[in-house]
Structure formats: structure tokens, C-alpha cells
Design a protein around this ligand. Structure first.
Ligand SMILES: Cc1ncc(COP(=O)(O)O)c(C=O)c1O
Length: 381
């Protein structure tokens, strides 16, 4: 092929999503109903019933383009968060917002033309600071835009925030902090986090990925820093994919200073969030029962797994999200052995944790089944 593709694509890691249940079931000769997937941190209770009903009503309107400005959803989110609609940007999943940030702050990194008056001058590539064991999409977007990834070693599997601060260089444009973190489930103590937010230099954007924040009992609320305008270099990213159970619809949002949001709005495709996604998200925000039930089930599930891992003498990382990381030895083999029993977990080789698997919290029945499959995979049953 002679197409002059973006050279940064050559070394780009490819995100490995879990395989579809139907495909795994077909390969194993099992019925799709009998296979459980606890690999992608989805809501085991499904979507909010209110969201389902609202989507059913909205279905007949899909011949029309969605509201490109997501007027009602922004109004509702703004009221809930105590910010202005101008502080909100919607993404096709919060993943898309990560890409917006690449366009806004990294575009052109390392490929700017040399300055003609300085022979051989090359711009220093821009830097992005992340923690070891960070969400896989940050390195992908960093590399796609030709920026340089600075990975700060984790501390007890979580972010070492003081070390991340020290890692910031004059070329740094973005710092990603995930709280709670995926795939480790760790969370940053409030005081440490607040100090960090305070100390990140003004010309570096701090991206606080809060995809799992609703699972925390008493999260540090950073929204007031956006509301008051105290931190203009902060964006909070949230999603409807996790506790709201709408992962298949792809909708998430960023909360930030209006000036940054208006820059991101220039990058956003006009109809990036679809009609059903907007409709479902609006309804899901009202479904406090669904959220409460999901959160309660999650805490009980986390406790169940932690207890079981202690009984089995397996190392695990105490989790504050809707999944738990456990050290099983040969992670890929254990994943395969569990999959043969119709239980799909996530092997962690791609995250440089080859001895670990990540298990999403399921319904009580799914959790028991998953533990049974794990014990049998480990020959402990
Ligand atoms: C830390 C983190 N951020 C963002 C996302 C992406 O969420 P979304 O479905 O909104 O794109 C995920 C999904 O797994 C995640 O774990």
C-alpha cells in the first residue's frame, strides 16, 4: 500500500476488547445464555428500567438526527452538578473525550515543521504523564498524536501522585489520573488528591477520569473547582457506561471550564451522541433506585470476592470500583480455563500484569459461579 499513513500508527498499541459472548459460546459449544461475561466492568443488572422505557418511546423518532447540542441532557446534568451547561461536553463514551483532548492539546506533537531559521531544529515531542497500570486508551491516544508517554511507577498498584507531579516536564500537556483506577480498583486518598490538583501547573491539563466515581461511598468532589473557576486546567470525565448500565449506547461527558469546553466543542462531531443514548441518559439520571441497587450489590460482591480470595490465599488489590484484580499465577491459562466453563474474565497480560485476572462484579449468582470456575481452574475444588 502506498498511502502515506500517519507514521505514528506503526507503533500504536491496539485496544483489546473482550470477545462477544455469542462467539465464545459458539466456540465452546455452549449456549449463549449459559455464558457469563464479567470482563468489561458493565452493570450486571442491565440498563436502568426507566432508560429502557424512555428509549422504547423514542424509537419511532430515529429517522431524525439527534439534538446536536444535547440541550436537555446538558440542562439536567448541569442542574445535578451545579455547573452551567457551558461547562459540559458530551462524548460518544468518555473514550471519545480522551480523543478530543488529544486533538486539542497534542495535535501536531513532534511533526511540526522545523523552523526555517534553525537548520536541523526539531520540536521536542509533547509529554503525557500517566501512572503504571493506567487505562489502556491513554497510551493509545498519546501515541496516535505522536506525543511521548511518561509512565510513573505505581505505588501499591495505585497512582503515586507526588511522583506524578515530579514527572511533569515543561513539554507536558496532559496528566491522566483515574479515580478509582481501572484495572487496579485503587483510589487516591482525598487529601493527596486535593493537594495534587492544586499543584499541577496551570499550563498542564489534569484529566480526572471518574468513570467509576459513583461506586465510591464518599468521593472527593472536584466539581466545585470547576464551578468556581478555581481550576481552569482540570477536566472531570464521567460515563453512563458503568453504574447507569448504558455501555452499549456510548455516552459520557466531561466537566470543565467553559473556555476549554468551547475548544472541545469545535472538535466534537455535531451528532456524536445519538438520540437513544441521550434519551436513555436523561432517564437514567432519575433512576436513583437502579443506582442504589447497583451500588449495594457491588459492595456486597466486592466483599464476597475479597473474603474468598483470602480463604484461597490469593493476593488481590482491595477495590473501590466494580471489579477486582486477583493474582492467580498464569493469568492467561486461568482465563482460558474459566472461559471453558462459560465464565469470561479479563486476563491482564496487556497491562503488564500477566499473573492477574480482573473480575467485574456480577449478580450474586454470577459471582458464585465465577468463584466456582476460578477454584476449579486453580484446582482448588
Ligand atoms: C477508566 C476508564 N475511563 C473511561 C472508560 C470509557 O468509558 P466509556 O464507555 O464512557 O467510553 C472506561 C471504560 O472501561 C474506563 O475504565
Amino acid at each position: 500500500m502506498n498511502l502515506p499513513l500517519n507514521p505514528y500508527l506503526n507503533n500504536l498499541p491496539v485496544y483489546q476488547p473482550g470477545r462477544p459472548i455469542e462467539e465464545v459460546a459458539r466456540e465452546l459449544g455452549l449456549s449463549a445464555d449459559s455464558v457469563i461475561k464479567v470482563a468489561s466492568n458493565e452493570n450486571p443488572f442491565g440498563p436502568s428500567p426507566l432508560a429502557l422505557a424512555a428509549m422504547q418511546k423514542a424509537l419511532a423518532g430515529v429517522n431524525l438526527y439527534p439534538d446536536g447540542s444535547a440541550f436537555y441532557l446538558k440542562q439536567k446534568l448541569a442542574a445535578k452538578l451545579g455547573v452551567k451547561p457551558a461547562n459540559l461536553v458530551l462524548g460518544n463514551g468518555s473514550n471519545e473525550i480522551i480523543e478530543f483532548l488529544g486533538h486539542a492539546l497534542l495535535s501536531g506533537a513532534g511533526i511540526l515543521p522545523a523552523q526555517p531559521d534553525q537548520a536541523g531544529w526539531k520540536p521536542a515531542p509533547l509529554d503525557v504523564v500517566v501512572s503504571q497500570y493506567c487505562f489502556a486508551v491513554y497510551p493509545i491516544v498519546t501515541k496516535l498524536f505522536g506525543a511521548n508517554l511518561i509512565t510513573v511507577p505505581a505505588k501499591n498498584y495505585g497512582h503515586d501522585l507526588p511522583a506524578m507531579l515530579r514527572a511533569i516536564t515543561p513539554q507536558t500537556r496532559l496528566v491522566f489520573v483515574t479515580n478509582p483506577n481501572n484495572p487496579t480498583g485503587t483510589f487516591a486518598p482525598r487529601e493527596e488528591l486535593v493537594r495534587f490538583v492544586d499543584e499541577v501547573p496551570d499550563d498542564v491539563l489534569l484529566v480526572m477520569d471518574e468513570a467509576y466515581i459513583e461506586y465510591l461511598d464518599d468521593p472527593a468532589d472536584l466539581v466545585p473547582l470547576v464551578r468556581s473557576g478555581a481550576r481552569k486546567n482540570l477536566i472531570l470525565m464521567r460515563t453512563f457506561s458503568k453504574i447507569y448500565g448504558l455501555a452499549g449506547l456510548r455516552i459520557g461527558y466531561g466537566v470543565a471550564n467553559a473556555e476549554l469546553v468551547s475548544a472541545l466543542e469545535k472538535i466534537r462531531q455535531p451528532f456524536n451522541t445519538n438520540l437513544l443514548a441521550q434519551t436513555a441518559a436523561l432517564a437514567a439520571l432519575d433512576d436513583t433506585d437502579h443506582v442504589r441497587k447497583t451500588r449495594a450489590n457491588n459492595s456486597a460482591g466486592l466483599e464476597l470476592f475479597a473474603r474468598a480470595f483470602r480463604d484461597l490465599n490469593l493476593e488481590y488489590v482491595p477495590s473501590h470500583a466494580n471489579f477486582i484484580l486477583v493474582r492467580v499465577g498464569p493469568g492467561q491459562k486461568v482465563f482460558e480455563a474459566m472461559q471453558r466453563q462459560g465464565v469470561i474474565v479479563r486476563p491482564m497480560g496487556g497491562y503488564q500484569l500477566p499473573e492477574w485476572v480482573r473480575i467485574s462484579i456480577g449478580t450474586p449468582q454470577e459471582n458464585e459461579r465465577c468463584l466456582g470456575a476460578l477454584k476449579s481452574a486453580l484446582g482448588k475444588k
